[in-house]
Design a binder for this molecule. Structure first.
Ligand code: ZN
Length: 461
């Protein structure tokens, strides 16, 4: 079954084909590194990771670029508000550069914890100021811009299909907005370059043909995507909240600069709802670090996310996370004995793989893929073959099946083994009372023992 994916641009699920038969070019909007990522932001990155892995399973090479926004992203996604980086620096009494590095490190740690593959290319907005200035110059030369006292704006009225991704025309977009027009000609116009106010010095600013200042947030994505991935892009993805402004503006910039259609496939991950509110709203600021602090295995969060389709809203709850954690625990208990019996030479079971691949290829239906995985654990087949099947499935699930093991760090295995030897001796001597006593003693330590023809094994109860 070929890989089918939903395309926000066409609003339909279609067979995915890249321009080049083998390599997929993919751009994903990266983090704004002014604070920790919220677990709601991380949902988008897990969805994108599943996408990358599904593309690989379908036989494609993925050339993926992810940006790091370390300048120009204002607290309002449009053009008002403060610069998020400067706000973060002021909050923490650090330089913007220290803030950027600190939160980028934290983001990369989150990615590693969630088994998210790194992109092929990371690019930072502040490393690519010239790339962005060059694209603004092209737009200016082609007549898509106008200059006000404090900025260079993109004139959205010059692009007849502006808003095609959100399927809203200019009138609808304008009617729905109550924005400070300032010197803007149209409410949907957006800044390509913001000039530093006369007589002030910003923490981050660069010279440009339009004066000292900094680039707008949207220009970094379209200019860097074109620089690293060329004039045609196969897939662009991000959070669903980016459709109306950020991605619409990226399309406007790229297609106005290139003079042709830019990206074939747009994919968006739905919101995680926390406490009935949007994930980014107030309340406890839920980070992966906080979940870890509360004792959760980060992979339980990945499992929790895989339990919902990426195009459906997902309500976060600790009850849901607990259920995911116990699913991981159960899986670990199934996997460990299978691994012990596997030789490594076994092949995955084709029928089990077929239903799994069908689910993944059906617009990344991971809830069904997880069900296929659980079905595989129950097959009446040699342990090694089941294990090989789970390993193959894990190329997309990325739950860490090859290494998952029960946490026994709080136990003393030598002491447990000694008690089991004593119990075996007691049983051999038909001293049943002593044997039962030792079993109770182990139970009290939280250890369950299993007797079989091959001897006695134990696990955490
Ligand atoms: Zn972007």
């Amino acid at each position: 079954m070929p890989l089918k994916l939903y395309n926000t641009m066409t609003r339909s699920v279609d067979e995915f084909t890249p321009r080049d038969s083998k390599t997929v070019t993919m751009y994903t909007c990266g983090p704004t590194v002014y604070n920790f990522a919220h677990i709601g932001n991380l949902r988008t990155y897990v969805f994108e990771d599943v996408l990358v892995r599904a593309l690989a399973m379908a036989g494609f090479d993925v050339n993926r670029v992810m940006n790091v926004t370390d300048v120009g992203h204002l607290t309002d996604d449009a053009d008002s508000g403060e610069d998020k980086m400067e706000k973060g620096a002021a909050r923490e009494g650090k330089t913007v550069w220290e803030i950027a590095q600190y939160y980028l490190d934290a983001f990369e740690a989150d990615m590693e914890h969630l088994h998210i593959l790194p992109p092929t290319v990371w690019c930072k907005a502040t490393d690519e100021i010239d790339t962005q200035i060059d694209q603004v110059k092209i737009l200016e030369d082609k007549g898509f811009t106008y200059t006000t006292s404090d900025a260079v704006y993109f004139d959205t009225s010059k692009l007849p299909d502006y808003g095609k991704l959100s399927r809203q025309n200019l009138d609808e977009l304008e009617a729905g907005k109550r924005v400070e027009m300032g010197e803007k000609k149209n409410p949907t116009d957006f800044a390509l370059w913001k000039c530093s106010p006369e007589g002030t010095q910003r923490l981050m600013e660069w010279p440009s043909p339009w004066g000292v200042g900094f680039p707008g947030w949207h220009i970094e994505c379209s200019s860097m995507a074109i620089k690293y991935l060329g004039e045609h892009l196969d897939i662009h993805c991000g959070g669903i909240d980016h459709i109306q402004v950020h991605h619409s503006n990226e399309i406007a910039q790229a297609e106005a600069a290139l003079g042709h259609e830019w990206c074939n496939w747009w994919m968006h991950g739905e919101f995680l709802l926390a406490g009935g509110k949007m994930s980014k709203s107030s309340g406890e600021f839920l980070t992966l670090a906080l979940l870890i602090e509360k004792g959760y295995d980060p992979i339980a969060y990945r499992y929790f996310l895989l339990g919902a389709h990426y195009r459906q809203q997902l309500q976060f709850s600790f009850e849901g996370l607990d259920a995911a954690a116990s699913a991981i625990k159960n899986l670990t208990r199934i996997v460990e004995p299978l691994r012990a019996k596997a030789t490594g030479a076994e092949q995955p079971i084709q029928a089990a793989m077929a239903s799994y691949i069908e689910a993944v290829n059906d617009d990344l239906n991971m809830p069904r893929a997880l069900a296929a995985m659980w079905n595989a654990t129950k097959l009446d087949a040699p342990a090694g073959e089941i294990y090989a099947t789970l390993l193959e499935m894990d190329k997309v699930l990325a739950l860490g099946i090859a290494t998952m093991a029960e946490d026994t760090s709080d136990l003393d295995p030598a002491a447990i083994d000694a008690l089991i030897v004593d119990r075996t001796t007691a049983k051999a001597e038909k001293n049943w009372g002593r044997a039962d006593e030792i079993r109770d003693e182990l139970m009290a330590m939280g250890i369950e023992i299993m007797d079989s023809a091959e001897g006695t094994t134990w696990r955490k109860a």
